[in-house]
Design a protein around this ligand. Sequence first.
Ligand SMILES: [Zn+2]
Ligand SMILES: [Zn+2]
Length: 238
Amino acid sequence: MTNAELAYGVAAAGANVLGAVAVTSRATRSLKALDAMLSFAAGFMISVSLIDLFPDSIIAAGSLAPVMALAAYVLVHLTQHTIGRHFHFGEETHSVSEVVSVSALVGLLMHTFVDGVAVASSFRVGAGLGALVFVAVLLHKFPEGLAISSLFLAAGASRSKALAAAGALGASTIAGLLVTDHLDFLRTYGLAISAGVTLYVGASNLVPELQDRGGARIPLSFVAGCGLYFVARSLAFA
Ligand SMILES: [Zn+2]
Ligand SMILES: [Zn+2]
């Protein structure tokens, strides 16, 4: 773990908290561009998962890597949609119970832990992939913090609790980053797990959130996320 990696982790965690600050200070009305940003992030995340994380995970861990990627995908699905029955990105507009907000936090803690594992594992491959995965993580960190804190507020929690929930997501990200180098399991399968979870966040959290929106802005942002991934990749691997 280098200082640069830690700085990336702190920046990602900071974006979680910033998303919460936007909600608790009621600045979200000026966040109309958030939908397009989420759609862009989805394209970018699905691209990094399929084009780099998945093949690299097979190079690192062999034929068990795809199984681990699927297992990670299934585990996030179960924690976000079975144990916790209500979670979506974006500002919460439904009335929810405290149980719902806490179970969504548990599901997201697992996902954010893997955000950290993804950054650390990809830096083990090289600085280029590390930078690409960091961008993929950073792009959805602000909405992630916004989502959990608005869910807490909708469940009747105080502003400080809503901020603390986003802080916990940030801390979990840094924890994932810190432990990856020290656990054999994560050193071997970290890339595979990251491939599965990054694919989940892009394809199963973000895309379903946005596919009902009318107009061309959302699909174009998605395609731009995929396209700009290739541009970022050619810069990162130059
Ligand atoms: Zn809702
Ligand atoms: Zn995340």
